[in-house]
Design a binder for this molecule. Structure first.
Ligand SMILES: Nc1ncnc2c1ncn2[C@@H]1O[C@H](COP(=O)(O)OP(=O)(O)O)[C@@H](O)[C@H]1O
Ligand SMILES: [Mg+2]
Length: 257
């Protein structure tokens, strides 16, 4: 790898998807370089989660090419998934396993790791996500922010090259959201992973993004640097900020810590 020719980690070309005859993604194309953080923005229903599902191979798109780490996701979804980590919107932890067991879950199923190696990896990840001391707690004893951090540690345990995050800060108070953003940046710095983050939060976008993708009704209407996005799409941004505020108000109090 040289500075002049960065490695492409994700390539999407002419991606379209229909649900029951209705187009929810329309001719989407972009590339993400290795180690970059791409933030996907857009109003609710714009197709952000569908795009992540196509990247992860959980959904096979109606048309187009999706490649992660050089693997054609439509042809070899299993192989593509070996390179991917997925941090779901609602953490999706195993309720009956404690923090440590949740993080080690995938590792225990992978052949060739000794229990000493699993313990070492789990301890390192607990430190990375700042959950030292919480290893014996059950998900029900954790706050929303802590659950999201366990979800991230569990995804990272499988040493993915690419991590997909679906609204990792939604429903969190600003301080906790900031700590999750920091974690996304730290993860990139320490592990060199490429990240795709779906977010509504403009402050967070400006803080973490190398590239912004803006989806409007399934079409990619902007792709570029965050500063350009801010300048070019002031109208759309104001609308998003207004909607996010209204949603936060309607959903009541924030989940804290
Ligand atoms: N499994 C599904 N079946 C039918 N329609 C779906 C399905 N998943 C999503 N949709 C529709 O596709 C559109 C995009 O959804 P989604 O990707 O979840 O948007 P976002 O994550 O940006 O809010 C929405 O209109 C949604 O109702
Ligand atoms: Mg979504």
């Amino acid at each position: 790898m040289t500075a002049e020719s960065p490695v492409v980690a994700i390539r999407v070309e002419g991606l379209s998807h229909e649900f029951e005859g209705r187009r929810v993604l329309e001719d989407v194309s972009f590339t993400v370089e290795e180690g970059q953080i791409l933030v996907v923005m857009g109003a609710s229903g714009g197709g952000k989660t569908t795009l992540l599902r196509c990247l992860s191979g959980l959904l096979s798109p109606s048309e187009g090419l999706v490649e992660v780490g050089g693997v054609d996701v439509r042809k070899e979804p299993e192989r593509a998934r070996e390179r991917l980590g997925f941090v779901f919107q609602y953490a999706a932890l195993f309720d009956y396993l404690n923090v440590e067991e949740n993080i080690a879950f995938g590792l225990r199923r992978k052949r060739g790791s000794t229990s000493a190696q699993i313990r070492e990896t789990t301890e390192r990840l607990l430190r990375l996500v700042h959950l030292e001391g919480a290893e014996k707690k059950l998900p029900s004893e954790l706050s929303g922010g802590m659950r999201k951090r366990v979800g991230l540690a569990r995804a990272l345990a499988m040493t993915p090259d690419i991590v997909l995050y679906d609204e990792p800060t939604s429903g969190l108070d600003p301080v906790t959201a900031y700590s999750i953003d920091q974690l996304i940046v730290d993860t990139r710095r320490e592990l060199g992973v490429t990240s795709v983050v779906v977010s509504h939060d403009l402050t967070s976008v400006m803080r973490v993004a190398d590239r912004v993708a803006f989806l409007e009704a399934g079409r990619l209407t902007f792709f570029g640097a965050p500063e350009e996005f801010r300048k070019a799409r002031r109208d759309a941004i104001e609308e998003l900020v207004e909607k996010a505020r209204a949603e936060a108000f309607l959903s009541g109090t924030f989940e804290s810590q």
